[in-house]
Write a protein that binds this ligand. Structure first.
Ligand SMILES: Cc1cc2nc3c(=O)[nH]c(=O)nc-3n(C[C@H](O)[C@H](O)[C@H](O)COP(=O)(O)OP(=O)(O)OC[C@H]3O[C@@H](n4cnc5c(N)ncnc54)[C@H](O)[C@@H]3O)c2cc1C
Length: 389
């Protein structure tokens, strides 16, 4: 299916999109589903991405990356999804290292970011805790000062790719919630090596119908030196929120890419499947929802591109990134729903590979931040309405 908005890309961006799509096409959905069934991580895909310079997209060349900024990272993520590969590892690695790029020292960037570009290292992101939920300020994982380093104890949940990662960007408190006047203070960011003593991971029983998994992570007196602290102690919230902005756009890019993947399948099917003597695509009851889904995908995509461009230019754009994530998560799911309707009963066969897209597309209404929290942000911070919580 042609995506007219791609015609607005620069020549370089267009080439990046083409390269990432052709890498993804070599592997394709059959590889992704086979890896899921065998419960193996998609290491071959990651290695090919590294060989083609794709793991370094979004990181400046001077640190071993391939440049392109957030727009490039978003395009890479979208290109993979357009071929049916919603690669969470790229998203999580990229926005976690973005936090290190924003607030880390030169030495930290070379130590933790460069290997993610050149050596295929991966980084996971550990924020969510069972008790705190969406209320980030309420996290209780504690990093206590000890000599010139820290001792960290706590628990995280839903951490994507934790076991498959080399590093973990950990959000902890260096001051407890009830010790600070302003709840934002006391949040600190660390990069841990996932092999550090005291870190234990347990796979969760979550089925995204893909070869990437979530873990509960237990931290029991994990030692971190002060050169693993990113930015200033207790002031991590600023950098964290900027990083989450990046995460929202990367998620939005998967959503529109995968939405198109689903819609394209349905469009091809609707041209050939004949019921009542004509192709089902000629029935407006099916054609119009497809056309509407297409328009919604393009609208969400254009907002993702614009928000990424704004972020690259000014480091700002939380309002747009939130709106883009909201619209993209809805548009992706709408496209899948319309596609499933076109396939009739066959949509429910595993082999059609549509029902298999549902968990991941539905996830984006909930993670990395729920759409209710996004609406709350827009309502209070953008529109200036009173806060309800
Ligand atoms: C597959 C998967 C992968 C994930 N990967 C990661 C990861 O890599 N790293 C990580 O740190 N986390 C990860 N998460 C966690 C994810 O970010 C959280 O699940 C999400 O932020 C919601 O938190 P919660 O599940 O605790 O829901 P809760 O906070 O308990 O919310 C439950 C419901 O209540 C609603 N609600 C809560 N407060 C309000 C309010 N004030 N107004 C209106 N509605 C409200 C929410 O919108 C939601 O619908 C992942 C989750 C999943 C399922």
């Amino acid at each position: 299916m042609r995506i007219p908005l791609h015609e607005t890309l620069t020549d370089e961006e267009g080439l990046l999109l083409k390269t990432a799509r052709s890498v993804a096409r070599v592997f394709g959905r059959s590889y992704w589903l086979e890896k899921w069934r065998r419960r193996e991580p998609p290491d071959e895909l990651w290695e090919e991405m590294r060989r083609q310079g794709l793991t370094g997209v979004g990181v400046p060349e001077r640190y071993g990356g391939s440049g392109f900024g957030l727009r490039g990272a978003v395009l890479t993520q979208e290109a993979l999804a357009l071929e049916g590969l919603p690669v969470l590892q790229f998203l999580v690695t990229h926005f976690s290292r973005h936090i290190v790029l924003s607030a880390g020292t030169e030495e930290q960037i070379r130590r933790f970011v460069t290997p993610t570009c050149t050596e295929g290292r991966r980084m996971s992101f550990a924020l969510t805790e069972p008790e705190a939920g969406s209320n980030t300020w309420r996290i209780s994982t504690l990093a206590r000062r000890d000599g010139d380093g820290y001792v960290i104890t706590g628990q995280k949940v839903f951490i994507s790719g934790a076991r498959e990662s080399d590093y973990m960007l950990l959000v902890a408190r260096t001051k407890r919630y009830d010790e600070v006047g302003d709840k934002r203070y006391g949040i600190s960011l660390f990069v841990l090596e996932t092999s550090d003593p005291g870190i234990r991971m347990e796979p969760l029983d979550i089925d995204m119908k893909g070869p990437e998994w979530q873990y509960a992570v237990y931290l029991d007196s994990v030692r971190a030196s002060s050169d693993q602290l990113i930015g200033r102690e207790g002031e991590g919230y600023r950098t964290l929120f900027e990083g989450l902005n990046v995460e929202r756009l990367m998620i939005a890019a998967i959503s529109v890419g995968l939405g198109d993947f689903a819609l394209s399948k349905a469009v091809e099917y609707a041209k050939t499947r004949r019921v009542f003597d004509v192709p089902i695509g000629s029935h407006q009851g099916l054609q119009f929802p497809m056309a509407r889904a297409f328009a919604h995908l393009e609208a969400a995509r254009s907002m993702v591109y614009a928000a990424a461009a704004l972020h690259d230019r000014s480091g700002k754009g939380l309002e747009l990134a939130n709106a883009a994530k909201l619209l993209a998560s809805e548009a992706g799911l709408e496209a899948l729903d319309v596609a499933m309707q076109a396939f009739g009963g066959y949509a429910f066969e595993l082999g059609t590979d549509l029902i298999t897209l549902y968990p991941i597309l539905r996830l984006f209404k909930t993670a990395p931040v729920t759409n209710e929290l996004i609406l709350g942000y827009i309502g209070t911070h953008v529109l200036g309405l009173p806060k309800s919580y």
